[in-house]
Structures are given as structure tokens and as C-alpha cells.
Design a protein around this ligand. Structure first.
Ligand SMILES: NC(=O)c1ccc[n+]([C@@H]2O[C@H](COP(=O)([O-])OP(=O)(O)OC[C@H]3O[C@@H](n4cnc5c(N)ncnc54)[C@H](O)[C@@H]3O)[C@@H](O)[C@H]2O)c1
Ligand SMILES: [Zn+2]
Length: 359
């Protein structure tokens, strides 16, 4: 097991990472001094796979546990779901000190985190992420929230957990496509901050895909460490955190234009490579680095080219993105693997060329 400690102005907490950790969670929660009641928010898939292991560990540590049905899929990441959960909490609990345990992928983490942040103006939160995306990215950094109409992730709160436990054994039941999706964000963390980690991913990709325990623990821990370092310097997303949007300017446009038919990780993979091609065309990044990124993305089971959507539509979608400052899309570009900078000096024609796959 490895532990990453995240130190923020408001609070500090541990992220425990390793195989078989759900079975140890009861003891850690006891050490945190919580009362004897807990609420778990999870979905039916994760409940079927890991509910018993977790409940057993919590009961053995003396906790009284209520399991509540959280959202299943992005479509239920809504205020309606949050409202139903508030009602269930009211029906079964009254105490402000009753912690909420978010057991599941990023959708569960976002909604349960939002509910924990807002119910009774805040109850303790514990993240128990079960997808690679959630362990290596979304459970870290304190962003919680729901979708509302066209506002994706825009109704929410910054809210930090008291503890995060990433049981890497849970990754073994993930469908391969979800593993690849999560790998996109892990590759992103390496590409923006850590050339050595990027090389580690190149050298160990086969072990990752073979779900080797030690390798999974290593990549989740490093990915968490990188995100933690960025979040520690910019908890409320006012500056440095922007670098985490590498691959996301184009990625978000692909998701929008495909009406979310192309998953986030896949869209970010295409976006990262396009941004690398743009960096190369503007003279910042050498072609060998672009090729390395392309190969790693491909070996991770992710796409490198834009499928099925019109490049012209993508450019339009980017122009309508809320993040745009003064009419120009803001890009995170690479100077080298592990070294990024932010610019709004990218011309639309260059974006078009990069998306068309021309280097
Ligand atoms: N808060 C943040 O900073 C942040 C960052 C990135 C993404 N996100 C959000 O994360 C969400 C995506 O998360 P996700 O990719 O984890 O998807 P998800 O939460 O929708 O989970 C995908 C599916 O996998 C299943 N599942 C979960 N764990 C499993 C396991 N161990 N074995 C088998 N199946 C399992 C779930 O039941 C679900 O059907 C999006 O809503 C996105 O907006 C949030
Ligand atoms: Zn992302």
C-alpha cells in the first residue's frame, strides 16, 4: 500500500492506494473518530461487486451501515438524484456527523460528494473510488457536482473528503474500455508534469493491461500524487489547475459534437494528440515526442484520430465553449513530455490541420 497525503489550506487528508483495501476501510474510519453510523452511496453494479466486502469491513469495525442507491450513469447525475438522496438521508438519519461514503466511479463520486457538501451544510465525506478514472483523477481535488440541462458539471461545490481509499483490486472487474478511458487521464498527468512517469507508462503498459497489482498501485499513486501537487497549489482552480485541461479543449468539443457518443477518455486522447501536433507545428515540440504520445495512446486502447464528426463542427463547438477568453480557445501545449504551458495564440486553421491528422 502507498499513501499520498494531500495538504490544503483548509484541510489535509490521506489517500490510501493498493490492492484489497476496501476490506480494511472499517478500521481507518474508526481511527478518524466517526460516530457509529455511516451512509454508503453506490450504484447497483458496484454494490453487487463490492458492497458485501465493504459492509463486512464496516460492520466488523462496529458501524451501523445504510446503503443508498446513487446514480447509475451520467444521465442520473442530476439535481433530481441529489434531491432523492437528501430525502433518503432525512428519512434514515438526522445527525450532521454521519459520514457519506461514495463507493463507485466518477459519477457516484461527483453526486455523493455534492450531496455531502450540501446536506445540512456539509457532512463528512469519504471517497472509495472504483474506476481508474476516479482513482487517478476525479476523486482527487475536491470538485463535486451534477449536470443541469446543458450545464455539465457546472452546479457544484469544492468539497474535500476526510479520507480516500483507492482499492486497486476493484479495477480488475472494469470493462476494458473503461480501463482505457481512465488511462487517458493517467497519461495526461504524465504528459503535463512527469517525463519519468511517462517512460514508466511506456515500459509497463503491458503489465497495466494485464492488471498486475504492483503496477496498478504504482500508476494510481503517481497519478494521484501529480494531481495532488497541482491542486495543493491551486485548490480553487484560479490558475495552475488549468494545466489539467491538457487535451480537454478539443476533447470537450468532441464530446459535445458527438452528443456524448464518444466517451470522455477517448475524446481527451484525441485532444491530447491534436494539442501535441499543434505544439509541434508551432515549433515548441519535436516530432519524436508527438510519435511517442501517439504510440502510447494507441497501445492504451485509445483513439488517435477524430472519428465520425466533422472537423468544422468541432471548431464551432470550441468557439462556443465557456472557457474561451476574448473569442480564442485556450490551449495547453507541450514544450516537451512533462512540460506544458498555456496559450490562446492558436489559430483555428492550425487546429483544423491537427484534427485532420496532418503533422
Ligand atoms: N470531479 C472531478 O474532478 C471529475 C474529473 C473527471 C471526471 N469527472 C466525472 O467522472 C464521471 C465519469 O466517471 P467514470 O469514468 O468513473 O464513470 P462512471 O462513474 O459512470 O462509471 C462507469 C460505469 O462503471 C461501473 N463501475 C464502476 N466501478 C466498477 C468496477 N470496479 N468494475 C466494474 N464496473 C464498475 C459503474 O457502475 C458505471 O456503470 C463523469 O461524470 C465526469 O464528469 C469528475
Ligand atoms: Zn478529464
Amino acid at each position: 500500500m502507498r499513501t499520498v497525503r494531500i495538504r490544503l489550506e483548509s484541510t489535509s487528508y490521506d489517500i490510501h492506494i493498493g490492492p484489497g483495501l476496501l476490506a480494511r476501510t472499517g478500521d481507518w474510519l474508526k481511527e478518524l473518530g466517526f460516530g457509529d453510523r455511516l451512509a454508503i452511496i453506490t450504484d447497483s453494479t458496484v454494490r453487487r461487486l463490492y458492497g458485501d466486502t465493504l459492509v463486512h469491513s464496516l460492520s466488523a469495525a462496529g458501524f451501523n451501515v445504510t446503503v443508498m442507491a446513487g446514480p447509475e450513469g451520467e444521465g442520473e447525475k442530476s439535481l433530481e438524484t441529489a434531491g432523492r438522496l437528501y430525502q433518503e438521508l432525512t428519512d434514515s438519519f438526522t445527525e450532521r456527523m454521519t459520514p457519506i461514503l461514495a463507493l463507485g466511479g466518477g459519477v457516484i463520486g461527483d453526486v455523493a460528494g455534492f450531496v455531502a457538501a450540501t446536506y445540512l451544510r456539509g457532512v463528512p465525506l469519504v471517497h472509495l473510488p472504483t474506476t481508474l478514472l476516479a482513482q487517478g483523477d476525479s476523486s482527487l481535488g475536491g470538485k463535486t457536482g451534477v449536470d443541469h440541462g446543458r450545464l455539465k458539471n457546472k452546479i457544484g461545490a469544492f468539497y474535500q473528503p476526510r479520507l480516500t481509499v483507492s482499492d486497486t483490486s476493484t479495477l480488475k472487474s472494469l470493462p476494458r474500455k473503461l480501463l482505457s478511458d481512465g488511462l487517458a487521464e493517467v497519461i495526461k498527468h504524465a504528459a503535463i508534469r512527469d517525463a519519468e512517469f511517462f517512460t514508466f507508462l511506456e515500459d509497463n503498459l503491458d503489465r497495466i493491461l494485464a492488471l498486475d497489482d504492483g503496477t496498478l498501485e504504482a500508476i494510481v499513486a503517481r497519478s494521484a500524487q501529480i494531481k495532488a501537487e497541482v491542486v495543493e497549489q491551486d485548490e480553487h482552480d484560479l490558475g495552475l489547475r488549468n494545466i489539467l485541461n491538457y487535451g480537454h479543449t478539443i476533447g470537450h468539443a468532441i464530446e459535445t459534437v458527438s452528443d456524448f457518443g464518444i466517451e470522455h477518455g477517448q475524446a481527451v486522447a484525441i485532444g491530447m494528440l491534436a494539442a501535441a501536433r499543434i505544439s509541434n507545428r508551432m515549433g515548441f515540440l519535436d516530432s519524436a515526442a508527438v510519435t511517442r504520445l501517439s504510440k502510447l495512446i494507441e497501445r492504451a486502447g485509445l483513439p488517435t484520430e477524430v472519428p465520425r464528426v466533422e472537423v468544422r463542427q468541432l471548431i464551432d463547438a470550441m468557439q462556443h465553449d465557456k472557457k474561451i477568453v476574448g473569442g480564442r480557445a485556450r490551449f495547453v501545449l507541450l514544450r516537451d513530455i512533462g512540460d506544458v504551458f498555456i496559450t490562446d495564440e492558436v489559430s483555428p486553421s492550425l487546429v483544423e490541420e491537427a484534427l485532420a491528422g496532418r503533422q
